[in-house]
Design a protein around this ligand. Structure first.
Ligand code: GTB
Length: 217
């Protein structure tokens, strides 16, 4: 069955891989599932046809036959459950990998998004300069224990899993901020994720939307 996802026709990040279709592309690449992409404009995202797929008028969405999903956590979980490669077979290890997926999107991502909003949307507000260190500290409050837990391991719990895919995807948003420099093991963890051939294919495919050149991989 053909899998179709949606992505920005023009992402504000210009192809830096930060919009959330990248994590879905990455999951599909990890499990070796081909997929098609329908690009949507900001206007089309708020029109009835797209709202029928995504109640909040966002990307990405995921269509596979009769099934329509939104929310990257749910989409990546669905892909990981249906195809081998992203979740361990052992039931307890599988539950822990799923826990890391939730930790990524529910515990680590919120302050990172808050920081992005503080920088991008509120940077011109008179109180922005005063608030920024506070928001950065909230990010560090998550990075410090995450760094301690990862220690010198390659991945969060044994082999690479959907938990790492989500966590690396979330942390990638911090790359340009310099905050990761304070946590060398997390910076290396993100680099390990980016070095995976499946990530590279996903990144190249989303970049090709902006360059117009087909991905080489
Ligand atoms: N919780 C949802 C999920 O995980 O699927 C969040 C989905 C979401 O935020 N989608 C964004 C969207 O459609 C795109 S990814 N926004 C349009 C809208 O809400 O109207 C967020 C994003 C956007 C831009 C950048 N960037 O330019 O760096 C990075 C991330």
């Amino acid at each position: 069955m053909t899998i179709t996802i949606t992505a920005f026709q023009r992402s504000p990040d210009g192809g830096r891989g930060l919009s959330r279709d990248t994590r879905v592309r990455w999951a599909l690449e990890e499990v070796g599932q081909p997929y098609e992409v329908r690009l949507v404009s900001f206007r089309a995202m708020k029109e009835p046809a797209h709202l029928a797929l995504h109640p909040f008028g966002q990307i990405p969405t995921y269509e596979e036959g009769d099934l329509v999903l939104f929310e990257t956590g749910s989409i990546v979980f669905h892909i990981a459950e249906r195809h081998a490669g992203l979740l361990p077979d052992d039931a307890n290890a599988r539950a822990r990998a799923i826990t890391w997926m939730f930790a990524a999107i529910n515990t680590v991502e919120p302050p990172i998004l808050e920081l992005a909003n503080a920088r991008l949307l509120e940077g011109d507000k008179p109180w922005s300069k005063e608030r920024l260190p506070l928001v950065e500290d909230r990010v560090r409050d998550r990075l410090k224990p995450l760094s301690a837990r990862l220690g010198s391991a390659d991945w969060l719990d044994g082999g690479f899993s959907a938990g790492d895919l989500m966590m690396v995807s979330v942390l990638l948003r911090l790359k340009s901020s310099g905050i990761l420099d304070g946590y060398p093991n997390l910076a290396a963890y993100v680099a390990r994720g980016e070095a995976r051939p499946a990530y590279k294919r996903a990144f190249d495919a989303q970049l090709a939307v902006y360059t117009g050149k087909p991905p080489t991989g």
